[in-house]
Structures are given as structure tokens and as C-alpha cells.
Design a protein around this ligand. Structure first.
Ligand SMILES: Cc1ncc(COP(=O)(O)O)c(C=O)c1O
Length: 411
């Protein structure tokens, strides 16, 4: 029997069997068709069943399906690094492979911690993070989400120390946001006087906190915060697992700011939703701190499927599709559509790039909306009382119109 993720098996209803996917649609065994308006947990950026990625995978699988990535290397991984390099500023030039979003975060926090040890500073063992953040379900990733995490509270006594920083939320009609931002920054200027030289890194989901309920905060706040923490020599980790690859309307959320972080975590959209792959990007400064004749200074971390050639081939093709003019234009169309679309009787509307979210008044209303949309062929998955659209980039204006109309009718 299958035990499903994030599911209370006692009360849940049986899963609907999906037999095929095409574009934004999922087809069930009973012949029903659903619009996947959340890109299947935010990974299928080009929709389902993309023929070009399928072909790339087929061809790679026939050539080299896997090889241990220590003594050996291969073209798909080297090409992927070359392709990704072009998307980052020159000093983000070192790429470490892993298997998913959580492991890309584990790698960043372990590297940040070991960086200071390798540099001879043993006292930096704290992490700073944002309240409500989500970075995955492994222990390191859970620890840096903070002890009050809505997802991981059960395990909190096992976490290592992290200090969550309040988030000045930004949404349509919000008031006094700059004041709240300044207050948080001032508070942290004070707190850092006590703990600043014991912190090794801050980790954030830049601008958009996905699992927290699609919460937004302004680039100006992030820039101020990073400026303050960097004055203590604290390293900066951007978890772009969700925001990467044009989700926020730019290639990375980083590109909305003037910040170049010390680490970027990538996964989800990287293979277009075909295969798992994670990546942690960092600087030469961090990399160089691990170069030594002392074996203890090596980064002793790796996964059996590191840089799997088929995953890398899927990622190379996904990136090629992503960079095409028509894809970028459609991403622009989605952003504009979100901004123009009118929704009635909602709270705290927030839009960033291809993400559009709002809150409803109660869990009962939420459940009725989700059910009603599903009956009419729109698959949504709420986060608390937040409803959001995060569609694949191949969605058309007509399909967006239909999804909005169905939700609006209910509202
Ligand atoms: C920002 C962020 N980081 C990390 C993760 C964990 O990724 P994975 O589920 O691939 O382990 C997620 C997953 O939703 C995420 O949203």
C-alpha cells in the first residue's frame, strides 16, 4: 500500500489515477481532464509531456544512463554547468550537484558551516532565517525553517539553532510596509550586536515565501537586511528552489535585487518537471576555502545519483526551451494577465511574475472553492486559506481566462 506525502491517511480520499499529461492538462483513468494550475508542486514549468524533453531523455538513456561522479564526468553535466553559468554573475561560478530541493539546501548550509571551520573560525554555528520559511524536509532544511515552523514542529527539539527574522509582508493595499521593514531591521541591528559574530549564514526564499502561503516581501527589505548581516561577515544563501527559472518574472528572484548571494539553491523547475535534480551554486571564495592538503577540509558530501546524466540532459533541454523568445513572451503574458484579472471578495491579493495568490475568509470557503474548481476541471492546492495560481509557462490566455472565470464565479 502506498503512503502518500503530506497526507493524513486516516481521513483522505483515494487518489485519482492520472494516466497521461499533455501541456497544462492531466488526464485521469476515467477520462476526466484537469488543468494543472500549480505546475504539480511548482516543477512542471513547461507543462506535461513535453516532447522535446522526452526525446532528450530517451537519447541520453540509450547513451549513458548513469556513472559515478567522482573519477568520471560526462557531457550532460558539463553542458549544464556551462549553460547555467551564463545565467549568473561571474563570481557565482562553482556548481555542486544533488538530488532535490532539500538536498540543495543541505549542501548550502553544510558548506557555509564548514567554510568558517576551514577558515579557522569555530564559533560560527548559528543560522539566521525568515519566519515561516520552508526549505525542505531533511533535518538541516527543517532546522533553518525555525522551531515554530507550521510544517516541522514535531521534530523541533532535534533542530540545531536558527534565529527567525520577522517578514514585513507585502500585498495589494498593504499599509505602513516601509515602517514595518525599518522596525525589523532596527531590531536585528540590535540582536546582531550580541550574536552577529556567531552566525555563519542567513537563508531566505528571496521575495516569495512559497509554502508559507505565497507571501511576498519587497526587494528593498531584502537589500537592507543583507547589507546589515553582511557587515558581520555572515554568508547569504538564496533558496531559489521555487523562485528560480522565471517563476517571479525574471530568471531568478535575485535579479529583482542588487544582491549577489554567496549561495543559490536550485531544483524544482530545473528539469522541467521530468526528473529530480538539485544544484547549489557558490563562489570561488567559498570553493577556495576547501582546497587543502588536510583531508578534513574536504567537502564530504555526495549522493549516489549525483549529476545523473539523464536528469542533466532533461535540464539542458528545459533551459533551451526556457530561453526561447516565445517562452519568455508567454511568461510576460501570464504576469500581465494576473495583474489585469479581477477577483471579487478576496483578501491580501499578491502577484509576482507567474504567481498570483489571494486569501479567502475561512477554511470552509477554501474547501468549497477547491472542490467546485476541481469539479469544473481546475486543479488547485491551497496553502492554509491561500489560493494561488502557479501555471506552467505554456498556458494560453484563453486557458487563464477560463481558470479565472471559474474561480470568480465561485467567489
Ligand atoms: C523554497 C523551497 N526550498 C526547498 C524545497 C524542498 O524541495 P524538495 O521538495 O525538492 O526537497 C521546497 C519545496 O517546496 C521549496 O519550496
Amino acid at each position: 500500500m502506498i503512503w502518500r506525502p503530506f497526507t493524513q491517511e486516516k481521513t483522505t480520499v483515494p487518489a485519482i489515477k492520472i494516466v497521461r499529461g499533455e501541456g497544462i492538462y492531466l488526464f485521469s483513468e476515467t477520462g476526466r481532464k484537469y488543468m494543472d494550475m500549480i505546475s504539480s508542486w511548482w516543477v512542471n514549468i513547461h507543462g506535461h509531456g513535453n516532447g522535446e524533453i522526452a526525446e532528450a531523455i530517451h537519447s541520453q538513456a540509450k547513451t549513458l544512463e548513469h556513472v559515478i561522479f567522482t573519477k568520471f564526468s560526462h557531457d550532460p553535466a558539463e553542458m549544464l554547468v556551462e549553460n547555467l553559468k551564463k545565467l549568473f554573475p561571474p563570481n557565482l561560478s562553482k556548481f555542486f550537484f544533488s538530488d532535490n530541493g532539500s538536498t540543495s539546501v543541505e549542501v548550502a548550509i553544510k558548506m557555509a558551516y564548514q567554510y568558517f571551520r576551514n577558515m579557522g573560525t569555530e564559533k560560527r554555528n548559528l543560522f539566521l532565517c525568515l519566519e515561516g520559511g520552508y526549505h525542505g524536509d531533511t533535518f538541516g532544511a527543517m532546522s533553518v525553517a525555525g522551531k515554530s515552523s507550521q510544517y516541522h514542529g514535531t521534530f523541533s527539539e532535534l533542530f540545531f539553532n536558527s534565529y527567525p527574522i520577522g517578514v514585513p509582508e507585502y500585498y495589494e493595499g498593504v499599509e505602513n510596509v516601509e515602517e514595518r521593514e525599518d522596525k525589523i531591521i532596527e531590531e536585528w541591528e540590535q540582536k546582531l550586536l550580541a550574536i552577529g559574530d556567531r552566525a555563519c549564514a542567513i537563508i531566505v526564499e528571496p521575495l516569495l515565501q512559497g509554502a508559507a502561503g505565497m507571501k511576498l516581501y519587497r526587494p528593498e527589505f531584502l537589500e537592507k537586511l543583507v547589507h546589515v548581516v553582511r557587515s558581520y561577515g555572515i554568508l547569504v544563501i538564496f533558496d531559489e528552489v521555487m523562485t528560480g527559472f522565471y517563476r517571479t518574472g525574471k530568471m531568478f528572484a535575485m535579479d529583482h535585487t542588487n544582491i549577489i548571494p554567496d549561495f543559490i539553491c536550485l531544483s524544482k523547475g530545473i528539469t522541467g518537471g521530468f526528473l529530480p535534480l538539485g544544484m547549489t551554486v557558490t563562489t570561488k571564495k567559498v570553493y577556495d576555502a576547501f582546497l587543502s592538503d588536510d583531508p578534513c577540509k574536504t567537502f564530504i558530501h555526495g549522493h549516489s545519483y549525483t549529476a545523473n546524466p539523464i536528469s542533466c540532459a532533461a535540464a539542458n533541454k528545459s533551459l533551451e526551451i526556457l530561453l526561447r523568445r516565445e517562452t519568455v513572451e508567454n511568461i510576460g503574458m501570464i504576469s500581465e494577465f494576473h495583474k489585469k484579472a479581477i477577483l471579487k471578495n478576496i483578501h491580501r491579493r499578491r502577484i509576482l511574475g507567474t504567481m498570483s495568490a489571494f486569501d479567502v475568509g475561512s477554511s470552509a470557503q477554501r474547501d468549497r472553492l477547491i472542490e467546485s474548481a476541481f469539479r469544473r476541471g481546475i486543479f488547485l492546492r491551497p496553502l492554509g486559506n491561500t489560493i494561488y495560481f502557479l501555471p506552467p509557462y505554456c498556458i494560453t490566455e484563453e486557458e487563464l481566462e477560463k481558470a479565472y472565470a471559474i474561480v470568480n464565479e465561485f467567489l
